[in-house]
Design a protein around this ligand. Structure first.
Ligand code: SF4
Ligand code: FES
Length: 374
């Protein structure tokens, strides 16, 4: 079928959606998508960020569609003409949707682990306003413990349903879902269950905002200070193909590899994601190609000093030292391996007496009972 999007024509298979056709064209005609995820059945149709204008329905019935349509849920018709970034109505609608999504979303990017790789941050940068017209108190939720791996911050959730589809389609049985409706709708396990299925960690990767984050990485580092590397291991549970987020020789985080639409290429098991935090656990393939517009490309890689040593690439720009922090402060002791402390580092990680064991191994049980966890 022939479809024209923003004056660019392409032939696609019957059954292709407008969004998929736009992705085949690529570039700026592709609408943003906060809830659609191509590998998750039934996803899409929730967030309305992908709205487009159909200015010609098809060759047989050329009438335009009166309302904007969700491109992730609308199938292409032969001869269809679509306007995405060339339509004032569409741009205005995206602005409106962004404003609605931000009504209840806290502006806590400075402390949010998702900052720097957040779809909502990107959307508001492209389509948001500098100020808010919302004068009421934002919706807030009680903190809920989802177990040792995943931190839920419900205040940040935009109700895209992606995590529910991951749980529904990858784990058995599904332990969490959306409770209640409208203003009160929330992600929950209802009776404070821990999410521990071997593939449940993937909800972290699909969440477009910082509502579901990795407890073993929380508050450890900003994502743009870490260097992504593609790596693999021989894993009996998943494909073992991951992205390591490194600083120096330390693996701070393990995630799935995302494609250019921000979607995971292979689902990753919990063992690889949460328990393999040493470089020796992995065969390193090389640095991830980071889009130069991404804030993650800030800490540029430097050239290889030793040929064929991928770890050399991780050094990044040499820091400009003004003082040696270790001479004036007891925190940030070089002998404390931050990447191996479960969860965020606390003062008691540094105040241990010499007789106390150093937290060299990730202990997920210990992370559950930390008192001062922010
Ligand atoms: S927690 Fe994240 S993935 Fe789940 S519905 Fe909310 S925004 Fe979507
Ligand atoms: S991506 Fe189409 S409605 Fe959310």
């Amino acid at each position: 079928m022939k479809i024209t999007i923003d004056n660019i024509s392409i032939d696609v298979e019957p059954g292709t959606t407008i969004l998929q056709a736009a992705r085949q064209i690529g570039g700026e005609v592709t609408p943003p998508a906060m809830c659609y995820y191509s590998s998750l059945e039934n996803s899409g149709g929730k967030c309305r960020t992908c709205l487009v204008e159909v200015s010609k329905g098809s060759e047989k019935d050329p009438r335009p569609m009166p309302k904007l349509v969700a491109s992730c849920r609308t199938a292409v018709m032969d001869g269809m003409e679509v306007r995405s970034m060339t339509s004032e109505r569409v741009l205005d609608a995206r602005k409106g949707v962004t404003e609605f999504l931000l009504i209840n979303h806290p502006l806590d990017c400075p402390i949010c682990d998702q900052a720097g790789e957040c779809d909502l941050q990107d959307l508001s940068y492209e389509h948001g306003d500098s100020g808010s017209r919302y004068g009421f108190v934002k919706r807030t939720f009680e903190k809920e413990d989802l177990g040792p791996y995943i931190q839920l911050n419900m205040n940040r959730c935009i109700m895209c349903f992606r995590c529910v589809y991951v749980a529904e389609q990858l784990t058995n049985p599904r332990e969490h879902g959306i409770l209640d409706r409208g203003w009160d709708a929330q992600i929950s396990t209802y009776i404070n269950k821990a999410l521990e299925n071997e593939f449940i960690g993937n909800v972290i990767d699909v969440c477009p905002v910082g509502a579901l984050t990795d407890k073993t990485f929380r508050f450890k580092n900003r994502v743009w200070f870490t260097k992504p590397l593609d790596a693999h291991r021989d894993c009996p549970t998943c494909a073992g193909k991951v992205r390591l987020w490194m600083r120096g020789d330390d693996v701070f985080r393990v995630t799935g590899r995302k494609d250019k639409w921000g979607e995971i290429e292979d689902w990753v098991c919990n063992e690889c994601r949460f328990h393999k935090k040493k470089t020796s656990d992995w065969v390193i393939e090389g640095p991830t190609k980071v889009d130069r517009h991404s804030v993650i490309s800030q800490g540029h890689y430097v050239g290889l000093k030793k040929p064929n040593d991928p770890l050399e690439i991780l050094i990044g720009k040499a820091p400009k030292h003004t003082i040696d922090i270790h001479k004036v402060s007891d925190v940030n002791k070089p002998d404390i391996d931050l990447s191996l402390i479960a969860g965020p580092a606390h003062s008691d990680d540094f105040n241990r007496s010499n007789t106390a064991p150093q937290p060299k191994e990730i202990n997920l049980q210990e992370s559950k009972v930390k008192k001062n966890d922010p």
